[in-house]
Structure formats: structure tokens, C-alpha cells
Design a protein around this ligand. Structure first.
Ligand code: AMP
Length: 412
């Protein structure tokens, strides 16, 4: 079955509001068929180890039924062929739920892309050209775009950039204090990432509070494998912790986050590390993994609970860095209506939340222990009623945000 065959008819159920969301990595393809009207997924899937000969693939339907297969998937084209086959065999039917567009997550949009954009030949060239800034991500995103365009040739494809939401940052927030000409020549500046999540969560937080996002000053803490903080003023990003690349800012699962730049020089001069080795060290072997021996927060927390001192200190570093950013962004915003936790760690780790915000009572931030300990998949308040600043947990949904933005662009 091909995507063209699956294009369906305009009067099929859900027509006009179904989007296929694609997140393509160098060796993976993540997809979700999203019904924007219902605000949820109709199906989702993941093809892993593309090109490795021993791949794995999973397709999950709306009822949660999962189909798994060991597959050898040569490239992204083959991954899309597997996906179409999975839809045909396990549903839902792409005739009945024909996507009106395909929305692609693209990591780096540079200063060029400040909104979701219908993909044309020129857009593809620009995404490719921006690979200099995101060599691990943009080529993989592009491979997914090319394969998806072949699988779904009759619908528009839209690029939704991780960086776009942060294009509203003022120069004082995005400029590094470097030689201006040199920096411009090499496009060295802060771009910020996780923009799709920060945008979704800031709007969901406003909805939860029952207030227009335009009135609110928020600090959003996206704490997942990667982690970033964002100051959102009136619905616009005015400052974020990731920079030219996702390496800057908070301490993360395996990334160092902020570091004296001279450490990089020292590692090269004194520890004898080459450029690629430093890159690998800072991105893949630092953060919680480097400090505490575990890059996954659940494992780290478990180790700390069983008395592992390094793991405990790593968690303290993680929380300390978050607290520093909360303070910095409070000063930039001048007032904070809500601090919002999201993503894997932010949504699930009551310990991280309470430790990160401890000692801020004098600034009007008070976490309620019982509310914080409650587990729920819904948006919720974890601050005390007396807390001047609300503290919220709001589950992120990047796929839904990409689907919504895609529909908006396509609808014109
Ligand atoms: P994400 O990138 O948003 O999928 O987040 C992944 C991170 O969330 C990993 O470090 C997980 O260990 C962490 N995580 C997921 N569930 C929990 C939990 N219950 N407690 C602590 N961390 C969690």
C-alpha cells in the first residue's frame, strides 16, 4: 500500500483534522497519527536501528494494542514502507483517517525559520544548509522528510522547528559576548530548543489557570533526557537555557550543560582529548551519567536512595542548576505567575521538583508536599494555596502541538 493510495477522500471521518506527525532520527523513525479535533493520537509507532540490520519496530493503535516486530530496515524509505504496512494490517485505516498533511519535527531552523513552514525545495535546501549548526539532527530530519514525501506525495508537508518559538528572544538574550562580525559570519548565537514543548506547555498552563497566556509571566522547566528552562512573557519566549546547541544550560542526563568554556581548552591542551572526543564527552558522557553514574533519572534516583553518595550529589547539582535558572528568569521577568514542570523528569519526579524549588519560600514559591507527591497524568497545581507563584505540573505533548501548528499552516 502506498501513501497515495491511502490519501482517502475529503468526506472520510475526521477529514481535515488528521495529521501524521513524523520525528525522524538518524537511525529511528517515530510517528503519530493525530486527530487534532479530538486532541489525541489515533496510532503511533517507532522504527529503531534503521540501517543496522537488526532493527525493531512497534505500532500501537488507538486502543493501545501494540504490534512488535524484529525487522531489518535499510533506510528511512524502508521505515515508511514498514509503517504503511503496519497501518494496513493493524489499523487504523489511512483511507478512513486520511492525513491532510504531514508535520515534521525539525531541530534547527536557525534565524531563518520563526514559524511552521510548508516544505518546498527551497525549505529543504535551507534545512540541509542549517546542518552545520545541528550535524546530528538536521540531516536525519531531512532524510525523514524526503522519505515521507515519497510515501505521501499528495499532501503538504510542514516543518515545525524546535528553535522557532525562541525567535522572539531579544538580542540581549540571544547574543553571546563574542566578536560580533565573527559570530555573525558563523551564525554563532543562542537559538534555544524544545520550543514546541515550551509553547504547548505555556498555553496549557494558561488554560489550566483559566487566564489568557498574554497576561502571564511563566518559567517553564522542560526536564527530560535533554532539559531546558524558558522564560515565557505573554506567550512569547524571552529567554531560554539551551544555546547555539542543546548542550548549554541545565545539567542533563548525559550533557554537561553550562561550563566555563576554558574547560574545553583545558581538556584539549592537558587531557589530550581531540575535538570529537570533547564533543562526545560533553554530550554523551557528562551530566548525570558523568557525575552520578546513571544518565537515566530513574536509575540515578534509585542509586541515590540506596545510599550511593555520588548519585545523591549528582541530584543536588541537577536541582541546584534549576534553582539558579529559576532565580535568573524571575529577575528577567520581574514577576512570576507560575513555574511549570514538564517532560519525563518534570512530570514524574516529585523529589526533583521539591528539591529544585526548596529555599524559595522567601520569594513566594511554596510547594505543597502532599500535592507534589500525588501521581497523575493531568495538569495539576502542586503549590500551597498561599504560594504567590503557582507551581504546576503540565504534561507536554509535542506531537499534538506539531499537528496543531501543521493544520493551522495548511488551513492558511
Ligand atoms: P523524556 O526525555 O521526556 O522522555 O524524559 C526521560 C527522562 O525522564 C529519563 O531520565 C527518565 O528516567 C525520566 N523519568 C521518567 N519517569 C520517571 C520517574 N517516575 N521518576 C524519575 N524520572 C523519571
Amino acid at each position: 500500500m502506498s501513501g497515495a493510495d491511502g490519501a482517502g477522500t475529503a468526506d472520510a471521518p475526521g477529514a481535515g483534522r488528521v495529521v501524521l506527525v513524523v520525528n525522524s532520527g538518524s537511525s529511528s523513525l517515530k510517528y503519530q497519527l493525530v486527530d487534532v479535533s479530538a486532541g489525541g493520537p489515533l496510532a503511533s509507532g517507532l522504527v529503531e536501528r534503521i540501517g543496522a540490520g537488526d532493527g525493531r519496530a512497534t505500532h500501537t493503535d488507538a486502543a493501545g494494542g501494540a504490534f512488535r516486530e524484529e525487522v531489518s530496515v535499510a533506510d528511512h524509505h524502508a521505515a515508511f514502507a514498514w509503517m504503511l504496512q503496519a497501518f494496513a494490517e493493524h489499523g487504523p485505516s489511512l483511507e478512513e483517517h486520511a492525513p491532510v498533511a504531514v508535520g515534521h519535527r525539525v531541530v534547527q531552523g536557525g534565524a531563518r525559520f520563526f514559524e511552521p513552514t510548508v516544505i518546498t525545495e527551497l525549505v529543504r535546501i535551507n534545512i540541509d544548509e542549517l546542518s552545520v549548526l545541528a550535524p546530528l539532527h538536521n540531516p536525519a530530519n531531512l532524510a525523514g522528510i524526503v522519505a515521507a514525501e515519497r510515501a505521501f506525495p499528495s499532501v503538504p508537508h510542514v516543518a515545525v522547528f524546535d528553535t522557532a518559538f525562541h525567535q522572539t528572544m531579544p538580542p540581549e538574550a540571544y547574543l553571546y559576548a563574542l566578536d560580533r562580525d565573527l559570530a555573525e559570519r558563523h551564525r554563532i548565537r543562542r537559538y534555544g530548543f524544545h520550543g514546541t514543548s515550551h509553547r504547548y506547555v505555556s498555553r496549557a498552563a494558561a488554560a489550566f489557570l483559566g487566564r489568557p497566556v498574554e497576561e502571564l509571566k511563566l518559567i517553564v522547566l522542560h526536564l527530560g533526557n535533554g532539559a531546558s528552562a524558558c522564560a515565557v512573557d505573554g506567550g512569547r519566549s524571552v529567554e531560554t537555557s539551551m544555546g547555539m546547541t542543546p548542550l548549554e544550560g541545565l545539567a542533563m542526563g548525559t550533557r554537561s550543560g553550562d561550563l566555563d568554556p576554558a574547560v574545553v581548552l583545558h581538556l584539549q591542551r592537558r587531557a589530550g582529548l581531540g575535538v570529537d572526543e570533547v564533543d562526545d564527552l560533553l554530550n554523551k558522557r557528562s551530566g548525570m551519567l558523568g557525575l552520578g553514574g546513571h544518565g537515566d533519572m530513574r536509575d540515578l534516583t534509585e542509586a541515590a536512595t540506596s545510599g550511593d553518595e555520588r548519585a545523591r550529589v549528582a541530584l543536588e547539582v541537577y536541582a541546584h542548576r534549576i534553582r539558579s535558572y529559576v532565580g535568573a528568569y524571575a529577575a528577567q521577568l520581574g514577576r512570576v505567575d507560575a513555574i511549570v514542570f514538564t517532560a519525563g523528569v518534570g512530570e514524574n519526579s516529585a523529589d526533583v521538583r521539591v528539591t529544585a524549588l526548596s529555599g524559595l519560600e522567601g520569594f513566594g514559591v511554596e510547594v505543597d508536599a502532599a500535592r507534589n507527591a500525588e501521581r497523575s497524568g493531568e495538569a495539576r497545581r502542586i503549590s500551597t494555596d498561599a504560594s504567590r507563584t503557582a507551581v504546576l505540573v503540565v504534561p507536554t505533548n509535542e506531537e499534538l502541538e506539531i499537528a496543531r501548528q501543521t493544520v493551522e499552516v495548511v488551513a492558511g
